[in-house]
Ligand binder design. Structure first.
Ligand SMILES: Cc1cc2nc3c(=O)[nH]c(=O)nc-3n(C[C@H](O)[C@H](O)[C@H](O)COP(=O)(O)OP(=O)(O)OC[C@H]3O[C@@H](n4cnc5c(N)ncnc54)[C@H](O)[C@@H]3O)c2cc1C
Length: 407
């Protein structure tokens, strides 16, 4: 049924940023409508954190985010902190725990975060319109008109919270980028991030054979090609879980480095960051007896990985016959296994989208477009992308909160 509605604010996108913004703006007395084309509300929250939603990270700092303008996020992140969000979670009676590295998860289910946001919206009188397709957005004087298949909505403020392009299957589209362009804002080219890396040739054969094997590894990207190399003072590296898959490499350390990796660049993996392979093999040799090199290496690395590496590198024979120099060369390979990804799994599996609305066109305190009064961009659609570990939701809350104080 067609209808015409006038509000104080129209929000596009009922995801993390849009819902949080809407409740906050509602609390400040604004009449808010949230429009989303998806059937289910907050789908990305539901599938986040393995179903338990890693809703923030207590160590959040601006350095945990990638952006062409690394200082842009500072103000919003200060204005609404992880402690502020924890306060909301506790008030809603949601039990939570820290898993590791400051990552906070619901004890029970991500649905609790969705319920908290939706309940808060309802309490503030926010109208949520799901399954509503946006057909056209225009600005007439100071008023925005959003034409949808359920009629036209009008308001003096438009907040774009349509997220990035990751996981199109659950509703991601490029609408936010199109609107930014329509209103003359620049876009930093979007690309999949926090995504498994894919390989071809010999490395693919090896990863296929090792699918399912995991280690704690330290992974870094080639500084010549990595994102933001002009500003990188040191090599970016992550020490976390690392997983071989049928298509290549995954696990938290690989997802993290995928945000920094660029086509043509290599990724260097320290497969034994905590234990010196050189020392371990020399000690093993000193212990005497006959032991194959791959067997000795299998006492430091998972056996399947040691066997596969030894086969592909030609490490054969009795360890007793290996010189220090030969052991050193082997150890250096294990501590610095450099591989060149062919690509990534793309938006199909990427957890986030790097790039987005160029922050040079936005006010960092309010998220409003500098050149278009009343137009705001919040959440993942903005060129601010967090590391894995709750940072992306913290950006959604913080940027939504900043805009809600300003509309
Ligand atoms: C599998 C997975 C796990 C994740 N786990 C975590 C985690 O544990 N912790 C963390 O911090 N981050 C996590 N993330 C990232 C996090 O989910 C996002 O960064 C966050 O949801 C972004 O919030 P947003 O509101 O900007 O966008 P979204 O939450 O993506 O919401 C955007 C909304 O806009 C709607 N929309 C899009 N296009 C249109 C259109 N054309 N018309 C109308 N509506 C539209 C969508 O339907 C959607 O509801 C995960 C992501 C994925 C994919």
């Amino acid at each position: 049924m067609s209808e015409s509605r006038t509000y104080d604010v129209i929000t596009l996108g009922a995801g993390a940023a849009g819902l949080f913004f809407a409740a906050e703006a509602g609390r400040r007395g604004k009449r808010v409508v949230v429009i989303d084309h998806a059937k289910k509300i907050g789908e990305k929250i539901r599938i986040s954190g393995g179903g338990r939603c890693n809703f923030t990270n207590i160590h959040t700092k601006p350095e945990n985010f990638l952006s062409q303008n690394p200082k842009f996020a500072i103000s919003a992140l200060r204005g609404f902190t992880p402690q502020d969000f924890i306060g909301r979670v506790e008030k809603a009676g949601i039990a939570w725990h820290e898993k590791k590295l400051g990552q906070l998860f619901c004890d029970d289910s991500a649905q609790q975060i969705i319920d908290m946001l939706v309940d808060d919206c309802r309490a503030q009188g926010v109208v949520i319109r799901m399954e509503t397709a946006v057909e056209k957005v225009s600005r007439d004087g100071e008023i925005y008109h959003v034409s949808t298949d359920a009629g036209t909505f009008t308001a003096p403020a438009l907040v774009v919270a349509t997220g990035g392009k990751s996981i199109p299957k659950i509703g991601a589209t490029g609408l936010g980028y199109q609107l930014a362009e329509q209103f003359g804002l620049d876009i930093i080219e979007p690309r999949p991030a926090l995504v498994p890396l894919t390989f071809s040739g010999d490395v693919l054969e090896m990863t296929k054979g090792l699918a399912g094997v995991s280690v704690e590894a330290r992974v870094s990207a080639d500084p010549e090609t990595q994102f933001g190399k002009r500003k990188a003072k040191r090599r970016t590296e992550f020490s976390e879980g690392f997983l071989f898959t049928h298509r290549g490499l995954s696990g938290p350390s690989i997802l993290q480095i995928s945000s920094y990796w660029r086509e043509g660049g290599s990724v260097t993996v320290n497969l034994s960051p905590e234990k010196s392979v050189y020392d371990a093999l020399r000690q093993r040799r000193a212990a005497g007896g006959k032991v194959e090199v791959h067997t000795a290496l299998g006492e430091v690395l998972p056996k399947r990985l040691a066997t596969s590496l030894a086969a592909s590198e030609g490490w054969r024979g009795n360890l007793a016959d290996w010189s220090d120099a030969k052991i050193d060369a082997l150890a250096q390979r294990v501590h610095g296994w450099a591989v060149k990804p062919a690509g990534s799994e793309g938006y199909r599996t990427a957890e986030v989208t790097l790039g987005g609305v160029d922050t040079n066109g936005l006010n960092s305190r309010t998220m409003e477009a500098n050149s278009v009064p009343g137009l705001y961009f919040i959440g993942e659609v903005v060129d601010v992308t967090g590391w894995l570990g709750g940072y992306n939701f913290q950006w959604a809350w913080a940027s939504g909160f900043a805009a809600a104080q300003a509309v």
